[in-house]
Design a binder for this molecule. Structure first.
Ligand SMILES: Nc1ncnc2c1ncn2[C@@H]1O[C@H](COP(=O)(O)OP(=O)(O)O)[C@@H](O)[C@H]1O
Ligand SMILES: [Mg+2]
Length: 464
């Protein structure tokens, strides 16, 4: 190996360098902000900084051509399709050669499984795949491959954590796609820090990115999510890579959501839905059917269905509300998959505009399936579910509720109502409650559309 690169501990707040790690920055006094970085000339991160960097450094560099954009050679590179429909969909149509994708998620959610499946499918399609495992022994990976089948035994394996060795091997083998599982186990000998610390993760990710761009190999890196929900090695890692995919889902449930939170080659906030089986993760063709699949058969109060746009697709979701007599003290408000402050606002609107007081009631709200209902279009369903629970009267099972609630209790129109209603119709819904000011231009024939002016009118019609 080459002589050890010179490193320093740089403060991420003020940029001051320190020879040794310490808890507090001498220059600005901030705590826990020092990150080990290479300061010798030949480091890629250093070069990158120089290229974008300060005026003084630019002098003495080489003078390069600056062609007009129209003269830049090449076309959009051909995407590699894995054939795992939901995976390709979330990426924006397949794997982009030379791209770097970060796959984040909690332990046990299925990151290694999906990447081995992707590697297997690409290998079978004639695109050589290299799976680098620093987390699990080669035998463990093989046992998973045995279980998954489908060509995963043909994938090449490298059990290594030293970045220099990984890159040297990859340069030699030239795979079309390389999986690095995980970025927290990989280290470069150029830094003193242990694998997994911020400096290591950043430097290794930057070098893997450079390798991806130079070689055209698509690089997937697994990143563990810390308790706070971020990928260890902070946001910097997300800034480096082209695409960030998050794997979510309740561990107890067998379905998993794959979400793109950043994508240089496609739209963000698309979700892909999978089911975890013994043969690995299987794409779910019809997410609405999955999310509505476990609804109670009998007419239960407190359940309302809404249609939200997740990424570019309409998806039906069940919202469950339960209002129960509070014990002693302040009534509880507990919600899963919905913003707590939004719930507080809707409770106030229900009280003031529809005469439903929750002051003596505990309120529980749950979006079924571990999905986050972040769109205001879910308001009407949330309010309907809670009103239904208070009066213990079930809402029609085949109705959907789509609308944003204003502070005056008015039901406001939402975007893309036609697409939401089309999805509802497809899923066998028969009535749609929407804003009377945002009626769809063309509703499906078998769906009755009811325009609602305000919350009080809806409560009066359905539950009171
Ligand atoms: N024989 C099996 N049948 C079905 N599911 C399994 C089996 N073995 C493991 N799993 C699932 O695979 C998950 C582990 O997935 P893995 O890809 O290793 O997660 P990660 O890499 O994100 O930590 C387990 O939580 C379990 O749900
Ligand atoms: Mg794993």
């Amino acid at each position: 190996m080459a002589a050890k690169a010179k490193t320093a501990y740089r403060c991420t707040e003020c940029g001051a360098d320190h020879a040794k790690w310490q808890g507090k920055c001498d220059a600005c006094g901030a705590w826990n902000t020092l990150v080990e970085e290479i300061i010798a000339a030949a480091s890629p991160t250093k070069n990158a900084r120089r290229a974008h960097g300060s005026k003084g450094l630019a002098h003495g560099g080489a003078v390069l051509d600056t062609p007009r954009l129209r003269d830049v050679a090449g076309t959009e590179s051909h995407r590699l399709r894995t054939g795992l429909a939901e995976f390709d969909f979330v990426l924006g149509g397949g794997v982009v050669p030379g791209s770097m994708v970060l796959v984040g998620g909690e332990p046990g959610i299925g990151k290694s499984t999906i990447l081995l499946q992707v590697a297997a499918r690409l290998e079978s399609a004639g695109h050589p795949a290299l799976y680098v495992s620093g987390e699990e022994s080669p035998l463990q990976v093989k046992l998973r491959a045995d279980r998954l089948g489908g060509g995963s035994l043909d994938v090449s394996l490298l059990g290594e954590t030293n970045l220099e060795t990984i890159l040297a091997t990859a340069h030699e083998r030239r795979p079309s796609v390389m999986m690095v599982d995980s970025i927290q186990t990989v280290f470069t000998g150029d830094l003193e820090g242990a694998p997994g610390n911020v400096g290591q993760v950043r430097e290794c990710a930057a070098r893997l990115m450079r390798f991806a761009k130079e070689s055209g190999t698509a690089v997937f890196v697994v990143g563990h999510v810390t308790k706070g929900g971020g990928i260890a090695g902070p946001k910097t890692l997300e800034h480096i890579v082209d695409t960030v995919l998050y794997f979510e889902g309740e561990n107890a449930l067998d379905h998993r959501l794959l979400r793109a939170t950043k994508n240089r080659f496609g739209s963000v906030d698309e979700i892909g839905v999978f089911r975890m089986t013994s043969e690995g993760l299987l794409p779910v063709d019809n997410p609405s059917a999955l999310f509505l699949g476990d609804r109670a058969d009998a007419a239960t109060s407190g359940s309302a269905v809404t249609a939200l746009i997740e990424g570019s697709r309409p998806v039906l979701l069940e919202i469950q509300g339960l209002a129960a007599k509070a014990g002693y003290g302040t009534p509880q408000r507990v919600c899963t998959g919905f913003d707590a402050r939004r719930l507080a606002l809707l409770l106030a609107v229900l009280d003031k505009r529809a005469g439903l007081s929750f002051a003596q009631l505990d309120v529980f709200l749950n979006v079924v399936g571990g999905v986050q209902a972040g769109e205001p279009a879910a308001d009407l369903a949330v309010a309907a579910a809670l009103a239904s629970s208070v009066y213990d009267r079930a809402l029609p099972r085949d109705a959907i509720f789509v609308g944003e609630l204003g502070l005056g209790g008015e039901v406001r129109p939402v975007s893309q109502v036609d697409r939401r209603l089309a999805e509802a119709d497809k899923m066998g819904m028969r009535t749609a409650y929407v804003s009377d000011r945002g009626l769809p231009r063309r509703a499906p024939k078998s769906l009755k559309v009811v325009g609602v002016a305000d919350l009080a009118a809806l409560v009066k019609e359905l539950v009171r």
